[in-house]
Design a protein around this ligand. Structure first.
Ligand SMILES: *Cc1c(COP(=O)(O)O)cnc(C)c1O
Length: 250
């Protein structure tokens, strides 16, 4: 018992130490790219990790957290303080939109709108709940490889137009990419997202600083920031490697 408690404490302490290091490195990368240190938001991605560990990072002062599975955020959010800004990251299925919004009133952003139908679903769900407008990022497939989520770069202007003009309860806030299908990224992925932003801003008469770029994860967030990221999503570097239940042997 005592040993287990101490071990758990050591792990929790490690998450806070890792968070501080990530925040520091993110600020330095922002400054290297000629931006203000606070221009970059760090989303701490706690997927597969217990809410007690998320709570440790919260207690250290962090407020922005991300989750990638609807059921997991629905379970965790009510166990954690209401002033957390939750980001749902990645592909969202339309049949889960209502339960997500109902269970997480402090959902701040959905990073992963990749088609018009999901945007319209979100728009209607926000409207029927009467909550404040929901910030959304449009997810772009920047690798050119077959992947289950992300709109092709050639379709992003049209999708952003749909969100901005047809979805009154959504606030278009920028673009997001995961990179390669295996969740690694190349500088080309980051440059591609940035050029999608230029195209959108030209086509819709928007200022670039009003269009965020969510790119960069544990392995490449400093490089992503140097290439213009305003929002990095960091899981394993803060919370430790994820352990998934072992697959059944064939
Ligand atoms: C899990 C996840 C992350 C965090 O990944 P790490 O490599 O552990 O930092 C970022 N973005 C998305 C969409 C994810 O699903």
């Amino acid at each position: 018992m005592v040993m287990a408690g101490l071990a758990a404490q050591a792990v929790e302490g490690a998450a806070v130490t890792a968070l501080r290091s990530v925040l520091h490195r993110a600020r330095q990368a922002a400054e290297r790219s000629g931006r203000r240190a606070d221009d970059v938001r760090v989303v701490a991605v706690g997927k597969t990790k217990p809410s007690s560990l998320v709570r440790q990072v919260y207690d250290a002062g962090h407020r922005c957290f991300g989750e990638n599975y609807v059921q997991e955020i629905i379970d965790k959010a009510p166990q954690l303080p209401e002033d957390i800004e939750w980001h749902f990251i990645g592909h969202l299925q339309s049949n889960k939109v209502k339960s997500l919004l109902a269970a997480v009133p402090n959902l701040a952003m959905v990073e992963g709108v990749d088609n018009g139908k999901i945007a319209s679903y979100l728009d209607r769900a926000v409207s029927s709940l009467g909550r404040k407008p929901l910030k959304v990022l449009v997810q772009v497939n920047t690798s050119g490889e077959a992947s289950k989520s992300g709109i092709e770069p050639s379709g992003c202007v049209e999708l952003v137009k749909h969100v901005k003009l047809e979805c009154r309860n959504l606030e278009f806030s920028g673009l997001m990419t995961i990179g390669m299908p295996d969740y690694t990224s190349t500088p080309e992925n980051f440059r591609m997202l940035s050029s999608c932003r230029s195209e959108i801003c030209r086509a819709l008469g928007m200022e670039e600083h009003k269009c965020e770029l969510s790119m960069g994860m544990s392995g490449d967030y400093e490089q992503a920031i140097e290439l213009g990221s305003t929002n990095v999503r960091i899981g394993s570097t803060i919370f430790g490697p994820r352990e998934y239940p072992k697959k059944q042997a064939n």
